[in-house]
Structures are given as C-alpha cells and as structure tokens.
Design a protein around this ligand. Structure first.
Ligand SMILES: Nc1ncnc2c1ncn2[C@@H]1O[C@H](COP(=O)(O)OP(=O)(O)OP(=O)(O)O)[C@@H](O)[C@H]1O
Length: 611
C-alpha cells in the first residue's frame, strides 16, 4: 500500500536551473528528461498540495512514498520550467543532431493529464514563441530548424546546398493508423523496404518551406486528433500521434553530388493511465486497453533492447504493436532519441508517477546502435583522423627558419616607399627584385596549395560521412532480413505445432521471400556506390599524402635555397656598406637602411644610442 511521504512533501517545491551538457550527444543516443507539471486545481481540491516527489537537483528526483526511491536522469525539469527553457535544453540539440544527419526522435510519455500534449504542442493556435510563451516543443523545433537551414545554406552557398522538407502527421488509434492530414484515409498499413525503410503506405506528405507552413500542418492535424474527456483530463488524447519531417539535403563538392536524408519524429503518446482511475468504460475502455497494450509493448521493447545491448537476448518484439513497429528505427536504429517523461507531483497520482519514473529509468539504459557500432565507429575514427590531418596541415601555414618567418604572402611585402634595404636598390636592384618576386610567387603558390589541400581534406571528410550513412543503411537492410528470418522460424514452429496451416505458411513465405529478394537487390545496387566512395576516400588520402611529402621535401628544400640567396644578398649589401661608410654610428644606422642625420637617427640619439 502506498503511504504519504513526510511533512516535507507539502512544502513548496525547490527550483533548479537546467544545466545543459554540450557534449552529451557525442557519447549518447538516448536522453531521458523528466518534466514535473504544477499541481492542478482538481488535485489540490482532492489532496491539497501534498506531493509524492521531491526534486533533489537538476538531475535527480525522489519518490517520497513508501519505500522512498531516488532516481537519476539526464535532466529533471521542475514545475516552474518554461516552454522556452525546456526547448533550449532538449529541442535545440535535437535540431542540431538532425542538421548533422542523424535521425532524431522525441517522444512524450506519461499518465493522462501529466502534460504530454502541453510539452509537445502547447498552445499552437496563437503563433510561435516570439509572441506566445506557451507554444510547445514542436512549433519551436520547426522555427529553429528553418533558421538553421537558412544559415547553413548561406554558409555553404558555394556547395549549392539545398533542402527539401516534407511533413506528415499520423495517429495510432485502437491499433489502426490514421492520416491526420487526410481524415478520410484510415487503417493505413506499415511497410518496410530497403529503399524507404519503415514507412506508412499512402500517408499524406506535404512539402513545407518555412516554420509557418509546418505549423499550419500541425494545427490542421491536431484538430483531427481523437480527444475525449476522462476523469484525469478534460481533453485527453486517446491516441499516439507522430509528426514527422523528412529532411532531404543535396550539395556538391569537388565535383561530387551528395544526397542525405534525415527524419525528425515528434511523438505525443496517449496517456499511460490505470483503467480504474481513468474512469473508462465502453468505447473508452477499449481505447484504454489498446493504449495500455501498446505502451506495455513499448516497455517490453525497451527491456529487450537493454537485454540485446547486454548480449542477453537477440529478439526485440517491435512487431507486437503498431507504435513500436513504426518507431523501431528511433528506438533501436541509427537515431538520437529524447524521451520526455511527464509526471504529476500530486500524492493522488503517486502510483502512476512511480510507474512513469520506472519506465524512464529503464529507457535510460538503452544503448542503441550497438550492432552497427563496429562499422560506424571505424568510419568515425577515420573522420577524426582526417580532421586531425586537416588541422595539422592548416597549422603549417607558418614556416620558421633562422628567424625568418613567413606567415602569409603579405609578410613578403617590400616597402619601397620607406626606403628600407637601400643597398639593394643600387646596381644589383634588378636581380634582387627578381629574387623577391620569386619568393613572393613561391609563397603564394604554397598558400594556394594549402587551400587545395584544405578543400581535398574537407571533401574526404564528407565522403567518409556519406560512407557512414551508407553502412548504416546496409545494417538496417541486414536487420530487416534478419527479422524476416525470425518470423519464418516462428511460423515454421507454428506449422509444426499445428497452429498454422501449411498453405497459410507457404503464402506468407512467398511474400517474405519477395521482400527479401527486393532487399538483396537494393543492397546489390548500392554496393558499387559504397565501393566508389571507398575508392574516392583512398584517392583523397593518397592526394593528401602526396601534397604532404611535397611540402615536407621538395617545397621546403626550395624555400631553404631562397633563404640562402636572400642571406647571401643581405651580407653582400652589408659588406658594401661597411666598405663605403666611415662613421661607425652612421655605419650601424645604415644597417637599418637610413642615412645618418635623418629622423630615425635623431630618434636613436634621444633614446641613448652611444655617440
Ligand atoms: N507544465 C505545465 N504547466 C502548466 N499547465 C500544464 C503543464 N502541463 C500540463 N498542463 C495543463 O494540464 C492539463 C493536461 O495537460 P495535457 O493535456 O498536456 O496532458 P496529457 O499528458 O497530454 O494528457 P492526455 O494523455 O490525456 O492527452 C492541460 O490543461 C495543460 O494545459
């Protein structure tokens, strides 16, 4: 039985600043955030301000009923957090991940009335954040996404970078997929193929070119969602909704055309309420049991993913619900996922709050991409290596030898107007001038070579990144084939035990084989592409190595020769001066190229130069 916490529970909750960790996503693929909503007026009327949780820091929270349990997460957002602050710590990094080419997914979990829709959509009717502080994560994400796209296009104008964004909005209601942008389309089917991965057949996709257009789709779809009044929430969402944006980018570099896709999924799950407290009956009860079934499958999927990452299991039951089947790439694929678990702090929701905290804690242990890590890791290492190479080459833009420093061609500028190096202006002037021209040209040439090397290294890095994407695709296709095989084994077991007829099995077998053939065909088509990328990668590495040795050996040698020539000329000029000047003071001063008695000599006398 649940018991209330101590007297502390009713005290006003503490406030905590959310500390962002800028390097979080470098090492993690799943972020779990807890959001505590303020007490509602109905909760206050039932239980006063008695709370079942106490926040201890920006990362930890204690469930204060019996037995007290402490939980630690990536972030715990207190009751006072604004929509904007939450967006900054969870939404902005999500967009950045997406711009970096990762599939990104955010989903809100929690009991009915805990604030999922408030978090994911908020007030979408009154514009975006500039004039509406209550608008939620999704509109803010799109506003930021289009700002970033604009900025990126400007920065990479030379590469003719272009983006296409297509939005879709669906809900899963009673285990059926409905198109929220086309309410006439019901019971849509999930399909999986090697080209598009997991997708919903015939789902409406609208191209959007700015945040306003994306918001328009959001408002239109949200109005079509199944909403009903329950004991816990006057306007309770009775379905899971998934707003997806497919971002396609194209650019050119070093004569190579690049093409990249990434998905942005924003998911508002239906409430994880207990049927008793939700007051559900009739149609509502059917809805509630479907919601609970799919959410418990989500829980099983998470448990299996943890077992898979601990090498204790190999099977993940994605197919047991539409929700997990649709989200499988976000949960177990090449994706960066944020889970916002919403909770009520009220004592009257203690059981649901504990269940949400436990769910969130389990999700924290998911380690995705494990099976692809070998390949992807080696590609990442390759990119890191190329980056190092690049910065090393950039660092070589200054060269020092015997106190002679060349930082850029401008360092070779010879100031004739000031009359410096006057001895060189006599009979040997023409030869000296030519030597300087040669030196200057060599410096420019080196600068251009470095530019070229820089470009080549950037291209090599991009190719390596493409290669990473290709390999991930390959792994996904492989996983798909694995799943087909697992299904076949299961069916054969059913045939053996008499649960499935041989005819039904053969029909399904045929369909699966067709799919597998298609997957293999696609893989075959893609293989030459991968090889080509690998080849280009190798060629670029070779080019860098060649340019490197050119700098290390040939060019360096030439530069030494040029310095020797210059030193020799300078000594000659000094000898000439020594032979022609009698006054030692003027003789020394003349080393600076000035005649005795001019302004510079006066300066040296004032500052105590010996007479
Ligand atoms: N952080 C918050 N600050 C202020 N009000 C909030 C907050 N979170 C939720 N609310 C309010 O609580 C009520 C229920 O929230 P919401 O509809 O977002 O819950 P939900 O989890 O989506 O519920 P359901 O699963 O039933 O759809 C709404 O009136 C909402 O405005």
């Amino acid at each position: 039985m649940l018991s209330d916490g101590g007297d502390d529970d009713s005290s006003a909750p503490a406030r905590f600043e959310l500390q962002e960790d800028p390097s979080f996503w470098k090492d993690n693929n799943v972020q779990v955030v807890i959001r505590v909503r303020p007490l509602s007026s109905s909760e206050i009327s039932v239980q006063g301000d008695k709370r079942c949780v106490r926040q201890d820091s920006g990362q930890s929270i204690t469930w204060t009923c019996h037995p007290e349990s402490r939980f630690t997460f990536d972030l715990v957002a207190d009751e006072h957090i604004t929509q904007e602050s939450l967006f900054k710590v969870a939404g902005v990094p999500m967009v950045e991940n997406c711009m970096a080419g990762y599939n990104s997914c955010m989903f809100a979990y929690g009991q009915t009335g805990s604030g999922k829709t408030h978090t994911m959509l908020g007030d979408i009717e009154n514009g975006t954040r500039g004039n509406n502080e209550n608008c939620g994560m999704t509109p803010r994400v799109f506003e930021h996404l289009f700002l970033r796209i604009q900025k990126e296009k400007e920065i990479r104008r030379d590469e003719k970078l272009s983006f296409t964004c297509k939005c879709s909005f669906l809900e899963i209601y009673n285990e059926q997929i409905l198109d929220l942008l086309n309410p006439n389309a019901t019971n849509l089917q999930l399909r999986e193929d090697a080209k598009r991965g997991m997708h919903v057949e015939n789902l409406t996709e609208h191209e959007v070119s700015n945040a306003r257009e994306a918001l328009q789709q959001l408002i239109e779809g949200a109005a079509n969602r199944k909403v009903a009044s329950t004991n816990m929430n006057r306007a309770s969402s009775r379905s899971h909704s998934v707003f997806t944006c497919l971002i396609e980018s194209k650019w050119e570099s070093q004569g190579i055309k690049h093409h990249r896709f990434s998905h942005l999924n924003l998911v508002d799950l239906a409430g994880s309420e207990r049927q008793k407290s939700s007051g559900a009956e009739g149609e509502r009860l059917k809805e509630a049991s479907n919601i609970n079934k799919s959410l418990s499958t989500l829980g099983h999927v998470i448990t299996s993913l943890i077992a898979v990452s601990n090498k204790k299991s190999q099977h993940v039951p994605y197919r047991d619900s539409k929700l997990t089947f649709l989200l499988q790439d976000s949960l177990g694929g090449n994706s960066k996922t944020t889970i916002i678990a919403n909770i009520s702090p009220s004592s009257c929701c203690a059981a649901e709050t504990l269940s949400t905290l436990k769910f969130a804690q389990r999700a924290k242990h998911i380690r995705i991409n494990e099976d692809a890590s070998g390949d992807v890791l080696s590609m990442r290492l390759e990119i890191q290596h190329l980056k190092k190479e690049l910065s090393r080459l950039q660092g070589q833009s200054g060269f020092t030898n015997n106190g002679f420093v060349c930082e850029s061609p401008s360092a070779f500028k010879w100031d004739q107007a000031n009359g410096t190096f006057s001895p060189l202006m006599f009979d040997k002037r023409a030869t000296q001038r030519r030597d300087y021209d040669i030196t200057l040209a060599a410096a420019f040439r080196r600068e251009q070579e470095k530019e070229a090397k820089l470009k080549a290294a950037i291209a090599a890095k991009q190719i390596a990144e493409e290669l990473v994407t290709q390999r991930s695709e390959e792994v996904r296709s492989f996983r798909m084939r694995l799943r087909f095989r697992e299904d076949r084994i299961k069916r054969l077991e059913q045939v053996a035990s008499g649960k499935l007829s041989a005819e039904a099995h053969l029909l399904q077998e045929k369909e699966d084989l067709m799919k597998e053939i298609e997957a293999l065909r696609n893989q075959l088509e893609r293989n030459p592409e991968i090889t080509r990328f690998a080849m280009e990668n190798l060629q670029l590495k070779e080019e860098i190595r060649r340019l490197q040795s050119f700098v290390d050996e040939g060019e360096l040698e030439r530069m030494h020769q040029q310095i020797n020539v210059l030193e020799h000329q300078l000594l000659e000029a000094l000898d000439w001066k020594l032979m022609n000047e009698k006054d030692p003071v003027n003789k020394d001063l003349s080393l600076f190229g000035e005649e005795a008695g001019d302004e510079k000599n006066e300066f040296l006398l004032v500052t105590g130069y010996p007479k």
